[in-house]
Write a protein of this length. Structure first.
Ligand code: CS2
Ligand code: MG
Length: 389
């Protein structure tokens, strides 16, 4: 089998997605997603002008070999642009391999270890009342992991006292049972994060996410040591970035993002190392990933013994008003069908028992939605200096 066509299609059904379409000489087509939020065109160019032409004539069954050559033959390895491009290719190759073998990807990864992948839902809001109401709606639908981020007008600033007060009130209202999660988005300093983790000990968080920026792993030593579990990793653009955190057991949950860390191949290896260190997975599922990446991530979740929890993309929030739970906003549904769906009452995602990823892409419809620039947030501190978002 060989690759005879490799194409990048940038589409916008509701938001921008960079899709990878690989076609073989036996007529099989595999789909990947290489969306880098806010820098979509950089990845599109990397794929079109550099990565995809080199794939033509290669055997798509040799996923590891293709992965190694795309990653290593650049000499300057990785980074968000190149590794997102690689991830898109890798996911498309796994989709192809599943289709060729007539097996779902989770079977290629060792088979199911669970019937569904429990999710956490974004239940944040401007005040405790709204957050509690969002949590109760999620709980009514069987979702037991709830992200309770307080956010208001000044979402970009970290008001530690306000965060602690709101999260405490949410816990008091909901009782001890539900699993509560909080994402600090790397906005705290190490010592602020350490205080936050200690102050939230009595709340009993399921995890505190990205307490500090990931560049300096040693900073997590300052944060470690409280009774609050930590989750880090959505910003990693290759598995080695996470290695010190896992090996030194500085985190409890590894949050690889399948579309940035190097695809299914890299996320699976990272998860295997994490398992040996008793670290569980909590793979990234933000609203900027397409149904292709969500499906790829859930195939992994279903196969991993050390699966922890799966983030449910915000836009995939089920409509609680309807009996049927439509996962995607209508425009996304125009382009993608199949893929991961919530299994009612379980609070978990499952994928169809179909060859490959189980996602169908309407390529003609995808071509009709044109890319539009979608600026990223650019917050400033009150004194005018640049703030992280
Ligand atoms: C967030 C992301 O899902 C999360 O935990 O941190 O939404 C993140 O802000 C986006 O992926 C950035 O594109
Ligand atoms: Mg996050």
């Amino acid at each position: 089998m060989e690759l005879v066509d490799a194409e990048v299609i940038t589409t916008r059904p509701g938001r921008n997605y960079v899709l990878v379409r690989l076609e073989t000489d036996v007529g099989l087509v595999g789909w990947g997603d290489a969306t880098l939020n806010g820098r979509e065109k950089a990845v599109e160019t990397a794929l079109r002008d550099h990565v995809l032409p080199e794939l033509l004539g290669k055997d798509p069954r040799r996923i590891e070999d293709v992965w190694q050559s795309v990653f290593r033959h650049t000499y300057w390895r990785g980074g968000p642009v190149l590794n997102t491009a690689l991830s898109g290719v890798d996911v498309a190759l796994w989709d192809l391999k599943g289709k060729a073998a007539e097996m779902p990807v989770y079977d290629l990864l060792g088979g199911r270890t669970r019937e569904y992948a429990s999710v956490y839902e974004h239940c944040g809001g401007p005040d405790a009342e709204t957050i509690v109401a969002n949590c109760e709606a999620a709980l009514d639908h069987g979702i037991e992991h709830l992200r309770v981020n307080p956010h208001g007008e000044s979402e970009e600033y970290l008001d530690l006292d306000a965060v602690v007060n709101v999260v405490r009130r949410v816990r008091e209202e909901l009782g001890r049972e539900p699993n509560l999660l909080l994402d600090v988005h790397g906005r705290a300093t190490p010592v602020e994060a350490a205080r936050l983790a200690r102050r939230l000990e009595d709340v009993g968080l399921f995890f505190l996410e990205d307490p500090v920026r990931p560049e300096n792993p040693d900073a997590l030593e300052t944060v470690r040591g409280s009774g609050t579990p930590l989750a880090v990793g959505e910003l990693a653009t290759d598995p080695w970035e996470q290695l010190p955190l896992v090996e030194r057991e500085l985190i409890d949950f590894v949050r690889a993002d399948v579309v940035h860390v190097g695809g299914i191949t890299a996320a699976d290896k990272l998860a295997a190392v994490a398992e040996l260190h008793h670290v569980r997975t909590a793979f990234h599922g933000p609203s900027d990933i397409s149904p292709i990446v969500l499906a790829a991530t859930v195939h992994l979740d279903l196969s991993l013994a050390n699966f922890g929890v799966q983030e449910l993309p915000e836009y995939a929030r089920p409509s609680y008003d309807r009996e049927e739970l439509p996962l995607w906003n209508p425009e996304v549904h125009d382009v993608f069908s199949g893929g991961a769906t919530l299994v009612d009452e379980t609070g978990g995602l499952d994928v169809p028992d179909e060859p490959g990823l189980g996602v169908t892409v309407d390529v003609e419809r995808a071509r009709e939605f044109e890319y539009e620039s979608q600026p990223l947030p650019s917050p400033r501190n009150p004194d005018g200096s640049v703030a992280d978002w």
